[in-house]
Design a protein around this ligand. Structure first.
Ligand code: ADP
Ligand code: ASP
Ligand code: MG
Length: 399
């Protein structure tokens, strides 16, 4: 008998009707004779509402208490889904992250999974039950509840699939697969039948929230057979795998609004400037993404870089306080976004980046930064241009 892991996102369990819909998908697999593990997210906007509740009481709540609060959302879903399965005549049992053996580090609200000991899951499966596990949560070495970052239930599902040696992990969501761009934003976005782990990892890391990027990283490392499909239709979804039949120059376009640019102008053209700035940021665990340094002119150079919005103010403060780096101006711009194109075939072909730049030029959109890797080109633009840029770049490659 094969073991499968099914994951249902927040929209797919948002109300009673959808809970029964998710339950009947699990029921069908179970009646077909599969061993079924289900991972669920909090219903609808529950996690956002919990964040809002916390913010009303405390503007900067202790991360441990946030985790205690946020983990409740998934606990509601697992119990309700088991009740729906009970109504359908299926034996089911709900397990929290801790009960399912999900052990994480203690980085509250952004924990990493250390290991999974799914003994209890196996025991329940052996009794032919559907095992329903709370996504997004775990427990650390001090038995404190942790959460693994927004969108993390995908990663819970893949981690369980890897630990249990599941034949497949199916991510049920509110779109019927991975598209060439967010279909809610870009007209003409197309569903992909398949995509490589590497491409999906880049797209997810560059802002395509359809999969949590760490779930893709984990699926690649443990060779988990992953599929993204809709819980609302019976259409085949997108397979995420090592290789695809054909390698495309561009598989998708993504955008990330969680970016801020920090610019230092007029720093001295002497050794050690970059080291002093970025070492200080690294000490504070501030992740720097793109870095651009100009050629020196009249003994001065300019350094610009991007960080996520959450860390922008702190990064600015650290540079201001840094006594040994002189500069003329220091500025922060939070009104920017990053647009990326991703494709495994890009490495072996020419003109892909220039097509992207042409699409932006035709719209009169100015590029602030450019960065490239083997299978990706990213640009930073003003955030007000985001939607126009996404559509124009998508039209250029897929129109
Ligand atoms: P879930 O709650 O099921 O985890 P998410 O909201 O996290 O669902 O992810 C699904 C959403 O991802 C879609 O509704 C869609 O708007 C968005 N999305 C962004 N980029 C893409 C893409 N390339 N393909 C499909 N969906 C995408
Ligand atoms: N409920 C969590 C969130 O909204 C985890 C998830 O949905 O994957 O981010
Ligand atoms: Mg999600």
């Amino acid at each position: 008998m094969a073991l499968i892991v099914l994951k249902f996102g927040g929209t797919s369990v948002a109300n009673t009707e959808r809970l029964f819909n998710a339950a009947s998908i699990a029921e069908k697999a179970w009646r077909d004779g599969e061993d079924v593990v289900v991972v669920v997210s909090a219903q609808g906007d529950t996690t956002d509402e919990l964040l809002q509740k916390a913010a009303e009481i405390c503007p900067a709540p202790p991360a441990r208490e946030m985790d205690m609060l946020l983990a409740t959302g998934e606990q509601i879903s697992i119990s309700l889904l088991c009740m729906a399965l009970y109504q359908l005549g299926c034996p089911a049992v709900s397990l929290t992250g801790w009960q399912a053996g999900m052990t994480t580090d203690s980085q509250h609200t952004a924990s990493r999974i250390r290991y999974v000991e799914p003994g209890r899951v196996k025991k329940e499966l052996a009794q032919h039950k559907i095992v329903v596990v709370a996504g997004f949560q775990g427990v650390d070495e001090y038995s404190d509840i942790t959460t693994i970052g927004r969108g993390g239930s995908d990663t819970t599902a893949v981690a369980l699939a890897a630990a249990l040696g599941a034949a497949r992990c199916i991510i049920y969501t509110d779109v019927d697969g991975v598209y060439t761009a967010d279909p809610r934003m870009v007209t003409g976005a197309r569903k992909l039948d398949e995509i490589t782990y590497d491409e999906m990892l880049e797209l997810a890391s560059m802002g395509a929230q359809v999969l949590h990027n760490r779930s893709v990283e984990m699926a690649k490392r443990h060779r988990v057979d992953l599929e993204v499909r809709s819980s609302f239709t019976n259409e085949p979804g997108t397979l995420v795998r090592e290789e695809t039949m054909e390698s495309r120059n561009v598989s998708g376009v993504a955008r990330d609004l969680d970016v801020a640019v920090i610019s230092l102008t007029g720093t001295a053209d002497v050794p050690g400037i970059a080291y002093k700035i970025f070492d200080r940021l690294a000490e504070e665990k501030i992740n720097v993404d793109m870095i651009v340094q100009s050629a020196a002119e009249n003994g001065q150079k300019h350094i610009c870089f991007t960080v996520d919005q959450e860390h922008a103010a702190r990064a600015l403060e650290l540079i201001k306080r840094q006594g040994d780096v002189e500069y003329r101006d220091l500025a922060m711009d939070p009104d920017v976004s990053k647009i990326s194109i991703v494709g495994a075939g890009m490495a072996g072909s020419t003109g892909v980046a220039s097509d992207m730049f042409e699409a932006l030029y035709e719209q009169g959109i100015n590029i602030m930064f450019i960065s490239t890797s083997e299978i990706k080109v990213s640009v930073i633009i003003k955030s007000e241009d985001t939607e126009r840029a996404m559509q124009a770049i998508h039209d250029k490659f897929f129109g």
